[in-house]
Write a protein that binds this ligand. Structure first.
Ligand code: DQA
Length: 144
């Protein structure tokens, strides 16, 4: 069974109370449950993580090299700033799907650029928590 690493960046641990008009009312725990259920139906295992620290995310990405079947990443604010996460993702040989709850391209200009986009097989944005389920489905297609 392929193991999918699902990474969440800074402030996503605050979902549920953080700007619910933008990010919805579901907590990150709720999203993990959704992902676990969807993954089970697709015969994937998941490793679901969150960190507020760029270096920790980089280390987890490095560790995924050769072990993860795919990576789903919502790098949150690091999407728009992190060359380090971009470089780490380039080390991987498995498919990468970029996910956002909101659609950053329709928000402030400083959110329009993504360091993840150029290394991702697909970007799913603006679908709320369902975007994570869509990302798992996309991986199923890509890995077929
Ligand atoms: C986000 C969008 C980012 O611009 C923002 O910094 C986040 C969340 C999203 O899921 O919509 O923290 O990645």
């Amino acid at each position: 069974m392929k193991k999918i690493l699902i990474l969440n960046g800074p402030n996503l641990n605050m979902l549920g109370t953080r700007e619910p008009e933008i990010y919805g009312h579901q907590t990150l725990d709720d999203i993990e449950v959704l992902c676990a259920e969807k993954a089970k139906s697709l015969e994937f295992g998941i490793d679901f993580r969150q960190s507020n620290h760029e270096g920790e995310l980089v280390t987890w990405i490095q560790e995924a090299r050769g072990t993860a079947g795919g990576v789903i990443i919502n790098a949150a604010a690091y999407t728009h700033t992190s060359v380090a996460i971009h470089d780490a993702l380039k080390l991987l040989d498995c498919p990468i799907i970029e996910v956002h709850l909101s659609n950053p391209k329709e928000r402030e200009e400083f959110r329009h650029f993504s360091y993840i986009e150029s290394v991702a097989s697909a970007v799913i944005a603006g679908h709320g928590a369902a975007g994570y389920e869509m990302a798992l489905e996309e991986l199923k297609k890509v890995l077929r």
